[in-house]
Design a protein around this ligand. Structure first.
Ligand SMILES: [Zn+2]
Length: 357
């Protein structure tokens, strides 16, 4: 379990050590306007292995949703320390903590409460999205989630509302909103630091690639112990077929979402790879490790938001922040073993898939 860390600084040190041992070329992108939870400097580190500017490339990203990066970081560390020989005909780009402020502060969103995975709007213009689905559900998020009874009542109200009015509203809510800067799934008003940095990483390191595979590591969608592949290309497209083949997802499986379908997200980080490199063929997935049941995730998201705003000065805010980290990265050893068993295999299949596409 040594690949898991309890702080951003620990995760970063492990990643850099493992990347150096693997002979990776390391590029660090720091920021001087904000610091981490313990006052530490915040950097996104990129480790490049294999070909320098390969025609074929695989990219893995961690920490898009800050705190979810603890699992992704553990996967990269475990993969780096146990990898096989890397061939020279493929370039491998590992992005550690693309949203380092949120990784360090054990939260989902950026320092501006922006959900980075809703912020990558094409050309970075058009942050005006109305979201009536979100507006209809927002009253259910307005409670003190540190009170267990109120949290349960709020969830029951939320669920009853969706049972009555349709679970498609939950999908709409998840697609992102631009009107409530202190709300959930806030897409922001402009590109975040992490958005501009990721676009720079893509053009600097993948600019020569013509065939690209990606994995963006997340947690929270799916049941405890489940691995969910979210693919955003049209079923039937060459890109969807390729990614499905890499990870044996050809058979249609039950959706991880209660509505029965995946939300029509806009502004995903992975979509920006194609925005930046329109001439490359690109396939891949957001890969989620399920961590908890729907109630725990609902309460966790509300808790995370509450600690950022109403509960900022609460004496036990730090404990609730840890509680949120544990919801998104369970300390349960069986879960951590699953992540370390399955995650590196997903990486190997990505690399083999890109090499053979
Ligand atoms: Zn996520």
């Amino acid at each position: 379990m040594d690949s898991f860390s309890e702080s951003y600084a620990e995760a970063r040190a492990k990643f850099l050590a493992a990347a150096r041992d693997a002979g990776a070329r390391i590029h660090s992108y720091g920021r001087d306007d904000v610091v981490g939870l313990a006052g530490e400097p915040l950097l996104c580190d990129v480790a490049v292995l294999g070909a320098e500017r390969g025609e074929r490339a695989a990219i893995a990203i961690t920490g898009t949703h800050g705190v979810e990066g603890y699992a992704g970081s553990a996967v990269l560390h475990h993969w780096l320390t146990n990898r096989g020989r890397i061939k020279d005909d493929i370039q491998i780009v590992l992005v550690h903590a693309i949203n380092p402020w949120a990784f360090s502060h054990k939260t989902r969103t950026t320092e501006n409460n922006v959900d980075l995975n809703r912020n990558f709007i094409r050309d970075n213009i058009g942050y005006e999205r109305q979201n009536p689905g979100y507006d209809s559900l927002a009253p259910f998020f307005d409670f003190d989630p540190t009170d267990a009874r109120r949290a349960l009542d709020a969830y029951r109200g939320y669920k009853a509302h969706l049972d009555r009015n349709g679970w498609h509203l939950e999908n709409e809510m998840l697609e992102g909103q631009c009107d409530r800067p202190d709300g959930l799934f806030y897409a922001g008003k402009e590109p975040e630091w992490s958005n501009l940095l990721f676009r720079r990483i893509v053009t600097e390191h993948l600019g020569a690639a013509r065939t690209i595979g990606f994995v963006d590591w997340h947690t929270g969608v799916g049941s405890f112990g489940e691995i969910v592949y979210l693919m955003f290309d049209e079923p039937g497209s060459a890109e969807h077929a390729a990614a499905s083949r890499w990870w044996n997802r050809e058979l249609q499986e039950k959706s991880a979402f209660k509505s029965g379908s995946t939300p029509k997200y806009r502004g995903l980080l992975c979509q920006s790879i194609r925005q930046e490199l329109p001439d490359a063929r690109i396939a891949g997935a957001v890969v989620e490790f399920g961590t908890a049941d729907d109630y725990a995730i609902f309460r966790g998201d509300c808790l995370d938001r509450w600690v950022r705003f109403e509960g900022r000065e609460a004496t036990d805010a730090a404990q609730f922040r840890e509680a949120y980290k544990d919801i998104m990265n369970p300390p349960d050893p069986s879960w951590r073993r699953m992540v370390l068993d399955e995650g590196p295999a997903v990486m190997d299949k990505l690399i083999a898939g890109v090499a053979g596409w």
